[in-house]
Write a protein that binds this ligand. Structure first.
Ligand SMILES: [Mn+2]
Length: 345
């Protein structure tokens, strides 16, 4: 291990000391949680249980939709509870992982206190009001930060914990192909031999419903290409994670350097932006595109947003697509042009 664990040790020491004796702990993941968010939440709960004897509850908004994420949760027995089923006043300690207060991508009420924030998204001012904040935007995965705490606190990495942290870093950085740092690589290499390959295979090859395959069809049929930009619209979806998954899929299109996707989940428009262009900051671009319409945030190459509420009218959703495409071209300083269909009509 060549990474410097001093920061991790100091921060985790202080948090453990502060949490000790304070009672029940709530750990908030972001909405429609991904493996990075779920594994980080589990690891934090595990650390605090071993060091303080206090139990944690993992809470999330939305759904665990993606087949891989459902398999992760069931194979590795991660117990996560929908936020609306919890009485939030019962938790004297509130932690947030892989998200921050007031970003719009978590369902924890903004007017309630958050004590501990551990994240790798760009830092938000609102965190100044939180007691303990460890935000490292340079890290590829939030799970890497948690891995460092576990190492610094000399916590034994059992198969289950190792497998979920490994899968979190693997999926978040696409096997260290996207936005990773040396710390992510160290964690990834350390965790791989401790992971269970059969479970990893089951997670990465989930059985998928017919709707899953129809989403590919919808993504392809709706795809419009504006020069090197591609915009697609899934309209009504029953799994909000499909937008990001189809964005990743279409980003492999020759000649395309940026993809903006959208889909309507329970009257909320879910947006996803992906880019391979290193001169573009996806998080900043999507914030400019949805300004005044919704909330958004993200990293350099991946970002997401939500526009709420938008009732399920198809014409309205098409109109929104055109608006977002126009704003995207404007934001990137490109001249407006007539889009081409990916699939000829
Ligand atoms: Mn993350």
């Amino acid at each position: 291990m060549t990474i410097d664990l001093q920061k991790a040790r100091e921060f985790s020491d202080k948090v453990i000391e502060w949490v000790r004796g304070k009672g029940r702990i709530l750990i908030v993941a972001h909405d429609n949680p991904d493996p990075d968010s779920l594994a980080s939440a589990f690891a934090l709960g595990h650390l605090l249980l071993l060091k303080t004897g206090q139990e944690s509850t993992i809470a999330f908004g939305g759904v665990i939709g993606r087949g891989e994420n459902r398999a992760l949760v069931s194979e590795l027995e991660i117990k996560a509870i929908p936020m609306e089923e919890l009485d939030l006043s019962l938790f004297p300690v509130v932690c947030m992982v892989d998200t921050q207060p007031g970003t719009g991508n978590n369902s924890y009420p903004v007017d309630r206190p958050v004590h501990v924030v551990i994240d790798h998204h760009p830092s938000r001012e609102i965190c100044d009001s939180c007691r303990w904040v460890d935000v490292r935007p340079e890290y590829g995965a939030c799970a890497t930060i948690l891995f460092e705490y576990l190492q610094a606190q000399e916590i034994y990495l059992g198969t289950k914990l190792a497998t979920m942290l490994y899968y979190a870093i693997k999926s978040e950085t696409q096997d260290l192909g996207r936005e990773w740092t040396r710390a992510d690589r160290e964690a990834y290499l350390h965790l791989f031999p401790l992971s269970n390959n059969r479970i990893l295979f089951n997670i990465t090859h989930p059985e998928s419903p017919r709707e899953y395959f129809l989403s590919f069809n919808q993504a392809l049929e709706s795809a419009r290409i504006y020069g090197d930009l591609l915009v697609f619209n899934l309209y009504a979806i029953d799994n909000p994670d499909m937008v990001a998954e189809m964005a990743d899929f279409l980003l492999r299109m020759e000649g395309v350097t940026l993809v903006l996707g959208m889909g309507n989940y329970q009257d909320k428009e879910i947006l996803s932006l992906r880019t391979t262009d290193l001169s573009v900051n996806a998080g900043e671009v999507i914030q400019a595109v949805v300004a005044g319409l919704g909330t958004a945030g993200g990293h350099g190459m991946t970002a997401g947003g939500q526009i709420h509420p938008l009732q399920g009218d198809r014409a309205l959703q098409k109109e929104l697509e055109n608006t977002l495409a126009r704003r995207l071209l404007e934001t990137l300083g490109k001249t407006p042009c007539r889009p081409k269909r990916l699939v000829p009509s």
